[in-house]
Design a protein around this ligand. Structure first.
Ligand code: NDP
Length: 448
């Protein structure tokens, strides 16, 4: 990030990590969990989490951001996370994208930034822009224009992602994607279709606000044209529901910058404080465990090890993130649960009689940081039972390991048992997903 005031340059994940520590230092209690449902039909409002109980709140700030959009083209579903990605920083370091031709779709700041970033690894990057102009800032357009490895294709729509025959076995990097079908307009305005060879396709076509969890919240929260939560007036954090406020990209269709999101978070916090004072609602509400029955009907599992499902118990385990040193012949100890690096992986792959959970990450990958406390908490639950070995692999350092494992992006989690792959989980999942796979090994349900 180059536009955070007062800091010449910082990575997004580092900024997030600093914010987290600062908030904790001032007494904020952070819970790493999914909010599966809200009940805003009556006050106090109820926030149902997947694993940490139900939180009662007089007031709420919704700051759930936005997720990368997809094109919805044929081939996308099959090749998602296997050649197609929405995060160049997370997946660009994967071995399958090294030294090959890649494509980026989009014409905004993200597309330009990602195209330039991917030139670190790719032989060539095609920037596919549907319109006749780039809407990115001049600085980023200049960076793209001045990079000899980027080729810009204007008025070019991607209409199909091509995998299948020939992909992955031609010695060009092993990606299951072999190219894209594109539609272009020629000088006479005629449309032509052709195939463009590329082994990775990176989406940078904007974002959709994360509001799905608001469905069934018991009241109607208005949305604007882009799907952002509507507020009482432009720029205000106040929604039409008393005591419910919004901050950041979930409500902003215009600026969508980290600094504007932080500013709107501050506005929302001040608004909550004023609102609570006005209503005389300063006291802290107790957490409850009610609502667990409704989670079961949604297929959400409760933690197998925790008898209490209060917010505070989840918080203490989630904040206990584990920092790992890479194992060497001298330091490796099979009795330990947590490991890092290829030496440990090789030893445990051949010798472990536990479920072997391998997490593949890359430096600067935001979702990898998001996954860390989630997976750490799950591994911690099984630590005393001796059921699990855990290894973390940095795919930018251990490329051949990632290649052999068929890892096409990060974070990826693979669970092995007795040298057999039980399951691969790509991206960030709920704790219950990781538990399900570990439990299936324990139950002897999956043996290869
Ligand atoms: P934007 O919404 O700004 O741009 C999306 C791009 O994708 C546009 O060029 C759009 O085309 C194109 N697009 C949308 N849908 C499709 C589709 N179906 N097929 C093909 N192309 C499509 O999103 P960004 O993620 O780039 O940026 C979001 C915000 O984050 C912006 O405010 C940006 O300034 C900010 N940002 C800032 C950065 C920085 O300062 N360093 C870095 C990255 C982002 P069209 O133009 O034709 O609509």
């Amino acid at each position: 990030m180059e536009n955070w005031p007062g800091i010449a340059s910082i990575t997004g994940p580092d900024l997030m990590s600093n914010m987290r520590s600062q908030a904790e230092q001032w007494g904020a209690q952070l819970i790493t969990d999914d909010c599966v449902r809200l009940d805003l039909s009556s006050a106090p409002y109820r926030v149902y989490s997947a694993n940490s109980g139900t939180l009662l709140a007089h007031s709420l700030i919704i700051a759930t951001g936005a997720s990368a959009k997809r094109l919805g083209i044929p081939g996308e579903h099959d090749l998602w996370s296997r050649g197609i990605s929405a995060c160049a920083i997370c997946d660009g370091t994967a071995p399958v994208f090294q030294g090959v031709d890649l494509a980026v779709v989009g014409g905004g700041d993200s597309a330009c930034e990602e195209a330039v970033y991917l030139t670190k690894y790719a032989k060539k990057v095609h920037l596919l822009v549907r319109g006749d102009t780039l809407r990115a800032s001049k600085t980023l357009i200049d960076r793209v224009n001045n990079n000899p490895k980027v080729q810009i294709h204007m008025e070019t729509a991607v209409i199909e992602a091509l995998g299948g025959a020939g992909a992955g076995d031609d010695g060009m990097g092993g990606s299951p994607l072999r190219g894209v079908r594109i539609r272009q307009s020629n000088e006479k305005g005629e449309r032509t279709e052709s195939e463009l060879k590329c082994r990775g396709l990176f989406y940078a076509i904007g974002h959709t606000p994360n509001t799905k969890f608001l469905q069934g919240c018991g009241v109607r929260l208005d949305k604007d044209k882009g799907g952002q939560v509507a507020t009482k007036s432009k720029g205000s954090p106040e929604t039409h529901i008393d005591g419910v406020f919004v901050a950041g990209d979930v409500a902003d269709s215009e600026f969508r910058q980290a600094v504007t999101a932080a500013g709107s978070g501050c506005q929302a916090a001040i608004s909550v404080e004023r609102w609570l004072a006005e209503k005389g609602l300063g006291e802290q509400l107790p957490t409850t465990t009610e609502g667990n029955e409704s989670w079961k009907s949604q297929g959400v599992q409760k933690s197998p090890s925790s008898s209490s499902s209060t917010i505070s118990s989840a918080s203490s385990s989630s904040s206990g993130s584990v920092t790992l040193e890479v194992d060497t012949e001298e330091t490796f100890d099979e009795d330990k649960t947590y490991h890092a690096g290829q030496y440990a992986l090789r030893k445990l792959y051949h010798g472990s009689n536990r479920a072997l959970v391998v997490k593949y990450v890359s430096p600067g990958c935001g979702p990898c940081r998001q996954l860390k406390p989630i997976l750490d908490a799950v591994i911690e639950e099984y630590m005393n039972s001796g059921m699990v070995h855990y290894v973390e692999i940095d795919i930018s350092k251990d490329q051949e390991v990632a290649e052999a494992a068929g890892v096409t992006g990060s974070p990826t989690v693979q669970v092995f048992f007795e040298k057999g792959l039980v399951e691969t989980l790509r991206g960030v999942k709920m704790k219950s997903e990781y538990r399900r796979v570990i439990e299936s090994v324990a139950a002897g349900a999956v043996r290869n």
